[in-house]
Design a protein around this ligand. Structure first.
Ligand code: AMP
Ligand code: ZN
Length: 116
């Protein structure tokens, strides 16, 4: 999907509603509609790129901003202390469903010891 019809680009532009948690120049964070744990947020890069395989399309600043935003979101949702997991799915084996770089921030309860 390109920027015009990309789901997360539409969310960033406000064309599709979302429950915003945090925003800065490079990132936007909101609640996942199908939470997999008590706390489940998504952090997306404002610049459209498909996933981490396309990292060279983003600047170091934009990539760093994504990770910092994940940590910020964890603080805002009060899981920084108790712990959380950050996941970015890329491609078929990872079951990526939305082709816009995003990071899951998951916590609020004890997570599975193994991720897969
Ligand atoms: P992934 O499977 O890693 O590509 O993650 C995509 C995530 O986006 C899933 O966890 C979905 O539940 C979530 N998602 C899909 N549509 C929306 C939406 N409109 N608002 C919030 N989260 C969404
Ligand atoms: Zn997009």
């Amino acid at each position: 999907a390109h920027m015009e019809d990309c789901l997360f680009c539409k969310i960033i532009r406000g064309e599709i509603p979302s429950r915003k948690i945090y925003e800065d120049e490079d990132t936007y964070a909101f609640y996942d509609i199908h939470p997999q744990a008590k706390v489940h947020a998504l952090v997306v890069s404002k610049r459209h790129t498909t996933d981490l395989a396309h990292h060279s399309e983003l600047s170091d600043r934009e990539l760093a901003a994504c990770l910092r935003a994940c940590a910020k979101v964890a603080e805002l949702l009060n899981v920084a202390e108790s712990g959380y997991r950050v996941v970015s799915n890329r491609g078929e084996n990872a079951c990526q469903t939305v082709g816009h770089l995003h990071f899951h921030v998951i916590g609020g309860e004890k997570l599975a010891e193994r991720m897969a």
